[in-house]
Design a protein around this ligand. Structure first.
Ligand SMILES: *[C@@H]1O[C@H](CO)[C@@H](O)[C@H](O)[C@H]1NC(C)=O
Length: 364
């Protein structure tokens, strides 16, 4: 019996690994996945309609036509199965229904992510100096030290890069002046068209994506960013630039790229404030809480977020207890994830989280 179970378990695990590595395909592998998940979660698939009704109520979803409703229900069902696959691949986090459960993976990428390029480090970017790492604290959280503004919401606009940029500068400005000021993403969305010197055609483009390093470069050249309330977020990129230079409140003095080394990342975080990081967000569409530590996750970067801290033991299950994690501020509102935050395990460059890390200093 026990042997049987082990064989079944390893076969189904292998299966899940294969189906996920086949590229987040929600089409042809359904039947096979259904066999796997049916064994584990017989009750879930039988109540898809209940889940969908609950989802529509909870997130206030209204669809314009019968066809649209029908289509969204089919996408929702595919996402339920995807969440179950994610749960198997990522047992230390909870995966399930989120506000994005009626979006296909490509709609999700287009509307709620938005890092363009940045797949290799810019060769001419300043490299952050190597910092000592012997006396790093075991746990650290900039939220406890007043350097992090409340979670914001990018809406249906691929402007994550602007939130990652403002978050890092808000922290740096706090360290330089002692004052926490919420800064304008809309200024970046409307006014910043800076291009990545390393990749032709990769320019900051409002709701169509951008790069944090290019946004720091823009901010440095322009003189700084206005306050959130003086240049509020609209979630669209159809307006013209309304920068009023007399209202700039925070400026960049310099920024640099941190090497792919978790101790250096932690040391830069502790010394310079929250860091702008890029990540692969595939698991974030279904994330509910816990520490995300998937067995397999692409390192193709497609989302910009803010690294605000780290911890040493965040897992519920006893056998994962000592696993360290990063604390990440996202820009999908505070009803997503853990009050708007995400935990991802530290130690293996999971989902590329260590690959493109930038640190910024504010001028006083
Ligand atoms: C800014 O420049 C100073 C002086 O060169 C350097 O020590 C510091 O690490 C830089 N800070 C960042 C965030 O790049």
């Amino acid at each position: 019996m026990d042997y049987y179970f082990k064989v079944f378990f390893s076969v189904s695990l292998l299966f899940v690994i294969l189906s996920v590595s086949a590229g987040e395909n929600d089409g042809g592998d359904d039947l096979l996945i259904r066999q796997v998940v049916n064994e584990a979660e017989p009750e879930v698939l039988s109540s898809e309609e209940d889940h969908f009704s609950h989802f529509k109520r909870k997130f206030g979803k209204v669809y314009g036509s019968h066809e649209e409703h029908h289509y969204r229900f089919s996408v929702f069902r595919a996402n339920l199965r995807r969440a179950m696959r994610h749960q198997k691949m990522d047992p230390s986090a909870s995966h399930g229904v989120t506000q994005f459960s009626d979006l296909t993976p490509s709609e999700f990428r287009r509307k709620h992510l938005g890092v363009n390029g940045g797949f290799k480090l810019p060769s001419d970017a300043n490299q952050a100096p190597i910092l000592p790492t012997q006396n790093l604290p075991d746990e650290f959280d900039w939220r406890d030290r007043g350097a992090v503004t409340p979670v914001k919401n990018q809406g249906s606009c691929g402007s994550c890069w602007s939130f990652s940029t403002t978050g890092a500068l808000e922290g740096a400005h706090f360290l330089a002046t002692g004052e926490l000021v919420s800064l304008s993403e809309q200024q970046l969305v409307d006014c910043d068209h800076e291009c990545d010197p390393e990749q032709e055609g990769s320019c900051d483009a409002g709701c169509n994506g951008g790069l944090m390093n290019s946004a720091f470069e823009y901010t440095l050249k322009t003189g700084g960013l206005m306050r959130e309330e003086d240049y509020p977020y609209t979630g669209t990129d159809v307006g013209s630039c309304k920068l009023d230079k007399s209202k700039i409140v925070a400026s960049v003095s310099n920024f640099s790229v941190v090497s792919i080394n978790e101790d250096q990342i932690a040391a830069n975080l502790v010394k310079n404030g929250p860091l702008a990081v890029a990540i692969n967000a595939a698991y974030m569409q279904t994330y509910i809480g816990g520490v995300s530590c998937p067995y397999i996750c692409s390192r193709r970067l497609n989302h910009g977020v803010l690294l605000v801290g780290y911890g040493s033991a965040g897992f519920a299950q006893a056998r994962f207890k000592e696993k360290p994690y990063w604390i990440i501020k996202n820009s999908w509102g505070d009803s997503w994830g853990e009050n708007g935050f995400y935990k991802i395990c530290k130690g293996r460059n999971i989902c590329g989280v260590d690959s493109l890390v930038s640190t910024v200093a504010a001028s006083v």
